[in-house]
Design a protein around this ligand. Structure first.
Ligand code: SF4
Ligand code: SF4
Length: 371
């Protein structure tokens, strides 16, 4: 089924966590991944002005735009309105995104990470009018926004802005009924407005790939040949009204796995849905921190604390009860920045966390476990 007149398969390539050589993107490995992806008929690439300090949009140029005919792929990028000092900067940023990627237009252009606060900012900047203007000019074929807030806020935006053609939502089976993320409620709100959805974080920033042993065993018993993350991606791709499901692929193995089951995608069967339901039941019994590693909390931290990696170590400990392994992960997480106990409780991070995590409290617990 196609949406917005675009023929897009149900797997999109998220360019947020590309393979790295130190500070630089490993462009040769990225090119190989792009070639495999395109050779299997996949065409959608998702980046953002802020991803990898702007280098992600440049990688889009080097790995895709310079190497494939323009009509053979679709690409999306996003406008970070939280950074803007005035409305004139919207044009500057959009043009920079075009220039970095070597494009004359984007297929999909999004207001990035919208929530209640950013809606106010978008109103002040008249960002909605700016988006409409890009569409009229043909510099953005489709306009929409990515979203991190409650279904109520989503309903308000979609009611006020019918010109928004699509919405990018954080959906995964673990967060489907989560009251903070509200995957199901947000999805149902988009469906109510008849707005197609692009799904991000189907594997919850990689968390649904490294599951506790009892869940891995459950999935392996049901489908021995299928990987653990395949359940998460197929769960999302099985939903109605979904344009595509983005996966932030970091190496060739992840990409090969994803394309293997998404090339000839089959929706989950009833029995498979029951298996996912059982996995969710097990997950509910484990008190992990719901961090997606989006890193929105990191830049503003005066103590340079690597919050998502500290939380990954904490979750590793919660899931596997392996203090030595978790401590090693913690040491790596604090090697180049502050320790959990260096937090001065300024609260800057919590204001940016789309998952509404009580970061300060969780850091205190991590310090108690690991320091
Ligand atoms: S509250 Fe702590 S972790 Fe958060 S930004 Fe401030 S110092 Fe950093
Ligand atoms: S703590 Fe929140 S803002 Fe920071 S990386 Fe995790 S989910 Fe993102």
């Amino acid at each position: 089924m196609s949406y917005l007149g675009e023929d897009i398969k149900k797997l999109g390539f998220g360019l947020m966590r590309l393979p790295m050589n130190g500070e630089e993107i490993d462009i040769e490995q990225t090119k190989k991944m792009v070639d495999t992806f395109m050779s299997k008929g996949f065409t959608y690439f998702d980046t953002a002005y802020v991803y990898i300090g702007g280098k992600s949009e440049v990688a889009l140029k080097e790995a895709v735009v310079d190497r494939y005919p323009r009509e053979s792929f679709q690409c999306a990028t996003k406008l970070p309105i939280w950074d803007l000092k005035g409305p004139e900067e919207m044009e500057t940023i959009f043009q920079t995104s075009l220039d970095r990627a070597g494009l004359s237009y984007y297929d999909f252009y999004l207001l990035h990470a919208m929530d209640k606060t950013k809606v106010q900012k978008a109103d002040e900047l008249k960002a909605w009018d700016f988006m409409k203007q890009l569409k009229t000019q043909g510099r953005a074929k489709h306009i929409g926004f990515s979203f991190h807030d409650s279904a109520e806020v989503l309903d308000e935006i979609l009611s006020a802005h019918p010109e928004m053609e699509f919405v990018q939502l954080q959906i995964n089976y673990a967060d489907w009924e989560d009251e903070n993320v509200q995957s199901r409620k947000c999805y149902e709100t988009a469906r109510k407005h008849n707005v197609p959805v692009i799904i991000m974080e189907p594997v919850k920033g990689g968390s649904l790939a490294t599951m506790p042993p009892q869940i891995q065993e459950l999935f392996k018993a049901a489908e021995p040949e299928m990987s653990v993350p395949s359940w998460a991606v197929r769960y999302c791709a099985s939903l109605e009204g979904v344009i595509t499901v983005l996966s932030g692929m970091s190496n060739e193995a992840q990409l090969d796995d994803n394309v293997s089951y998404m090339e000839h995608f089959q929706p989950l069967t009833g029995e498979e849905r029951e298996t996912v339901g059982k996995a969710v039941e097990i997950l509910r019994t484990l008190p992990t921190i719901p961090c997606t590693k989006c890193k929105y909390c990191v830049d503003g931290c005066p103590q340079k604390i690597n919050i998502p990696e500290i939380f990954a170590a904490k979750n590793q400990y919660t899931l596997y009860n392996n203090i030595d392994g978790a401590k090693r992960s913690y040491e790596n997480a604090v090697k180049e920045g502050g320790k959990a106990s260096d937090c001065i409780q300024c609260g800057a991070c919590e204001a940016h966390c789309p998952q509404h995590i009580e970061i300060i409290e969780m850091l205190k617990k991590a310090a108690a476990d690991f320091e």
